[in-house]
Design a protein around this ligand. Structure first.
Ligand code: SF4
Length: 365
């Protein structure tokens, strides 16, 4: 296996650089140039070092190395798959649920994920940051809506900001009385762990609001020693962490991979939070699975790992209607033959245990 040299390498942004480093085939270059003209490409040295160039099915490569399959959009795929635009009252804000808003500060990321649900909005070709006026307009919106309890910094990746700028933004938000929680969604601790410096950790802590960090990772191999140290620096500073992952075909769509990922999160003191079903982003069908397969994986996971390791399996409903847990459900109603001493007929709850065995539960208290 040929690994990239972390010390001398820079982030790879061009298909010909991927070919030069053995991460893509020269024969694919014309197609990859077409993909890169439409969707941003970036592979940091830390991520490149995780890829086995000799493995055509490498689960890390599948997440970050572009593929000609991205040129094919399927019916139903949508440039705004989770409906951000339907809930954007001012620039930079998505207000979908009453008590929280997304605050999209930057449009750049350390790496660009091939399945990204905001792939039409992120990348160097897009606006890189909110203008000063737009930033102030977004803050005014949050100030004027006292129901906003939580502000979720997302993007792009908010940890691409400098610690100084991030600290200013955290202070601006924490100064708003009704904002009690600031949650940051990021891939930086795995993609570029060196960015989680002491200054960055200090910038994340703020008087007047609790900071939470949601780490996006999809395969246990992403949680390297350096990534774990970056997360530990935040957690040791008193910042709780949760995870979010995307269920991806060829990356984590088998129970062993999901089990390893969820165990790795918990070992890092990161509570598994969401396992997202793949969104209908353009050119991503080759990375999606079916809902039935996702439900079966969740059943299998429940039988194998601690409750601490169980994420919620969720689907963002296209059109901007929010997230819905998509099961599986272990409870239903059914007519059972009566048991000894039970009246007949009566509908009873049917409940399935972690081994798949069916049990009955009385319908009345
Ligand atoms: S880090 Fe998030 S926003 Fe950036 S490319 Fe990946 S999924 Fe998209």
């Amino acid at each position: 296996m040929s690994r990239i040299n972390l010390k001398s390498a820079a982030t790879l942004r061009e298909p010909n650089e991927l070919v030069a480093h053995g991460l893509a085939s020269a024969a694919d270059l014309p197609d990859l140039e077409k993909v890169a003209a439409r969707y941003a490409v970036a592979v940091t040295p830390d991520i490149a070092a995780l890829i086995d160039p000799g493995d055509p099915d490498d689960p890390i490569a599948r997440q970050f190395i572009p593929s000609a399959e991205e040129l094919v959009a399927q019916p139903g795929e949508n440039a705004d798959p989770i409906g951000d635009h339907a809930h954007a009252p001012v620039a930079g804000i998505v207000h979908r649920y009453p008590d929280r808003v997304l605050f999209k500060l930057v449009h750049v990321c350390a790496v660009y994920c091939r399945f990204c649900f905001r792939r039409e909005m992120v990348g160097p070709g897009k606006a890189t940051a909110l203008s000063s006026d737009a930033y102030n307009g977004a803050l005014d919106y949050i100030r004027a809506h006292s129901e906003i309890w939580e502000v979720i910094l997302t993007g792009g990746d908010p940890l691409m900001l400098s610690p100084r700028r991030l600290g200013e933004i955290m202070a601006d938000l924490a100064a708003i009385d009704h904002v009690k929680i600031i949650r940051i969604h990021t891939r930086v601790p795995v993609a570029d762990p060196a960015r989680i410096s002491a200054e960055m950790v200090a910038a994340l802590k703020v008087e007047g609001a609790a900071t939470w960090v949601a780490l996006h990772a999809n395969h246990a191999r992403e949680l390297t020693r350096k990534a774990r140290a970056a997360c530990a620096a935040m957690i040791d500073a008193g910042i709780p962490m949760v995870s979010q992952s995307v269920l991806l075909r060829g990356v984590n769509d088998n129970v062993a991979a999901l089990e390893a990922l969820m165990r790795a999160f918990v070992e890092c003191r990161i509570k598994p939070y969401y396992l997202h079903h793949g969104d209908l982003a353009p050119g991503t069908a080759h990375l999606r699975t079916t809902l039935e397969h996702g439900q079966q994986l969740m059943r299998d996971l429940r039988g194998r790992v601690s409750g601490l390791c169980q994420p919620d399996y969720v689907l963002d409903i296209p059109g901007g209607y929010g997230k819905a847990p998509v099961g599986p459900s272990y409870l239903s109603q059914a007519n059972f033959p009566p048991g000894e001493g039970e009246p007949d007929p009566e509908t009873r709850y049917r409940i399935v245990d972690y081994c798949g065995d069916v049990h009955r539960y009385p319908p009345k208290p």
